[in-house]
Each structure stands twice: as C-alpha cells, then as structure tokens.
Design a protein around this ligand. Structure first.
Ligand code: R5P
Length: 296
C-alpha cells in the first residue's frame, strides 16, 4: 500500500500523522499500520525542507513499519546530504554515507529518488548498502523548455561537469566550475560551510543561440548565476535555467529571474518556480503494491 507523509499533502492525500510535543520532540502515528503487517509498502515522504526533522521522522516511520514486518520502499524525491559524499579536509563526516546507512539499517528495501547528486546516472545502484533507484527528471525539463521556445533551436547544457549526465543524451555540452576554500561566513543558521563558486567557464560558442542550462539543483544560486552571466557575455539569445530541485536560498530566484529569460524546476521541493510535475516518474518507479494483480 501507499503511505503518504503530511509533507506530501500538495500531491497526495496523507495517511500518516505528524505532531510536535511542547519540547520539540517529533510524534508520528501511522494510522494504517495494521494493513502493513508483513506487506510491501511504499512510503512517500519529503526530506526537505527541515531536513534533520524530516530524516528523524523517516526513522520513526521506518522503525514502526519494521516492527510489523513490512518491507518499505522509501520515495524521497530529494536526498539531503547527497553533496557530502566526499571529504575535503581531514576529519570531515561523509554524511551521504551516514544517511544511506541509517535508512538501510532501519529497513528500507529500496530508496527511490530523483537526480541524486552523488550517483550522476540513472538506474539501480547500491550506496552504503542501500539500494537506490535514481530517476532523472532531465527529459521532463527539456520537454518543458522546448514548449517555451516553440520551433526555435535549443542548446541544452550543464553548468558543470558533474551534471553532464543530465544533458549528454541531448548532445549537450558542459561548462566547468571552480570553487574556493571554505570561508568563515555567518549565515542565518550560524557559521556556514560553504565554498564560493569562483568561476563557471565554457569552451564552446553560444552566440545567438537559445540555451537551456540544467543542473540537479539550484541551492544558493551561485552556480546558475555565474553560468548565466557567462552565457550572456557570450551573446546567447534566450537563456533558460532549469533544475530538478529548487531551494532558491538567499533570494536567488529573483536574482536569476532578472538575468535570465525563464527559471523553472520540478515540484520535488515546493517552490515558486516549480512548473514540472515529477509525480508520474515517482509512481512509475514505485507502483502501489496493493494494486498489483496477483495471478491465481
Ligand atoms: C554541485 O555540483 C551541484 O550539482 C550544484 O551545481 C550546486 O550544488 C548548486 O548549488 P548552488 O546553487 O549553491 O551553487
């Protein structure tokens, strides 16, 4: 059966209850737990925003399901901590591994997610013992952008080499990006762990062309803004920015809208520029086990 977290309520009717105790502790109740005993279940739950609470809610739900012998496929369209798959300084945590190990330990049979940062390819993989099915939203993003330019030609590119897998099937080229060292900067949540995007460069011509830039995510917008500035300098005609996951921190949506012709994302994370529905991708990858026909 499908279990749906309250943070998916813009897309499906929730059947799990979340509350918060006065001290901030999370309360979770799965009202349909009796129907999950020994069953295959698909749990739809977003892990962003408020990722640390959302992750703990996941553990609470996985543990509850494990106690009744359910086999859980977790459908989480954006996987937080996926950019912490490498370390740069001694003693840093490999948080992407920590999270996947945790999900596996608490009984996730399979994680279905979209454009997972560290996988950089579609299909089935295993990471920190967790089976992951990574789906790309790239075709939906390109299809949406093509509607915006009509019959005109459209170059599909990525702002860095890591996102090349999103554009290669459209004959797309990739720019190259460089970041600086960690800087000591204070943000709204304390000292920030952030390496500024220094340059996004290109070795191909974009003059008079319509260009669609696709990335797996737009977070602070640092990458996309530098990429758009470079394309504008190179004489691009229309510049369209797209990403699977849109956070748009630090007012970056407004900044991007000022310098580009269009900005859009999927609804993996609810945001003002979410124009592409990724639900068909998720439902195709994790069909409802309750509706699968059993042959006599
Ligand atoms: C990193 O390589 C990712 O693919 C994105 O390019 C990056 O995380 C986007 O972050 P921001 O918007 O902060 O530049």
């Amino acid at each position: 059966m499908y279990l749906v977290s309250p943070n998916f309520s813009d897309l499906m009717a929730p059947n799990v209850e979340f509350k918060t105790f006065p001290d901030g502790d999370s309360y979770v109740r799965m009202n349909d737990i009796s129907k999950c005993q020994g069953e295959d279940v698909v749990l739809f739950h977003r892990l962003y925003p408020k990722q640390n609470t959302a992750i703990f809610n996941t553990i609470q739900m996985l543990h509850t399901l494990k106690r009744v012998g359910a086999r859980t496929t977790l459908v989480a369209p954006y996987l937080p901590y996926s950019r912490q798959d490498k370390t740069f300084l001694m003693g840093e945590s490999l948080s992407a591994q920590v999270l996947c190990k945790l999900f596996n330990d608490f009984g996730t049979v399979r994680l279905v997610t979209l454009d997972c940062h560290f996988l950089k390819k579609e299909g089935e993989s295993e990471y920190a013992n967790l089976k992951i099915q990574n789906i790309s939203a790239n075709k939906l993003l390109v299809e949406h952008a093509r509607k915006l330019v009509g019959l005109e030609q459209l170059e599909v590119i990525s702002p860095d080499q890591g996102a090349n897998y999103l554009v290669s099937e459209f004959g797309g080229k990739s720019m190259s990006k460089s970041r600086g060292e960690y800087e000591h900067a204070m943000g709204p949540q304390g000292e920030e762990a952030y390496r500024t995007v220094q340059k996004v460069e290109r070795e191909f011509d974009v003059a008079t062309k319509n260009v669609l830039i696709i990335d797996d995510m737009i977070s602070t917008g640092g990458t996309m803004i530098k990429a758009v500035e470079n394309l504008r300098k190179g004489g691009a005609k229309k510049v369209i920015c797209a990403a699977t996951h849109g956070f748009f921190l630090n007012g970056s949506l407004d900044k991007l809208r000022k310098i580009s012709d269009k900005v859009f994302t999927t609804n993996s994370i609810p945001n003002e520029a979410a124009e592409v529905d990724m639900m068909p991708l998720l439902k195709a990858a994790a069909p409802n086990p309750a509706s699968s026909s059993v042959q006599p």
